[in-house]
Write a new protein. Sequence first.
Length: 148
Amino acid sequence: MKAWWKISVAACVGAATVLVGYALTDGGVAGAGTPRVLGPGLVTVNVGIAYSRFSIDDLHVHPGTTVRFVITNRDPIHHEFIVGPPSVHARHVRGHESAHPPVPGEVSVDPEDTGETFYRFDRPGLFLFACHLPGHFAYGMHGSVVVD
Ligand SMILES: [Cu+2]
């Protein structure tokens, strides 16, 4: 079984990726007018979690972009990062899975730990990312990925 989505962060340092450093203070992605559009190809997006909030609200990518999401959980509680079309999120809302096996676009992140997952955006459309642990979505743990 391939485990390429579980490759450690350290092992990926040398990979040919475009590092996009969205810091907590970087409000420019959504607020600076024209959004920066990532891709195509392989790009890395760092997503922090603190106080049950994602560090980014939205992301814009070109079709044909594979995003390596690196999730850094700074909270003392578990979180998850699920990205996909609305149908994926509907499934997670209907029945919560306590842990996520290596499915592309889905990763559980332990307290004060880092996880990563890859997701390929092939077609234009609106995708979502979210944490579906009880109450977390309602608290605001969600955002969008616009592929155009
Ligand atoms: Cu959460």
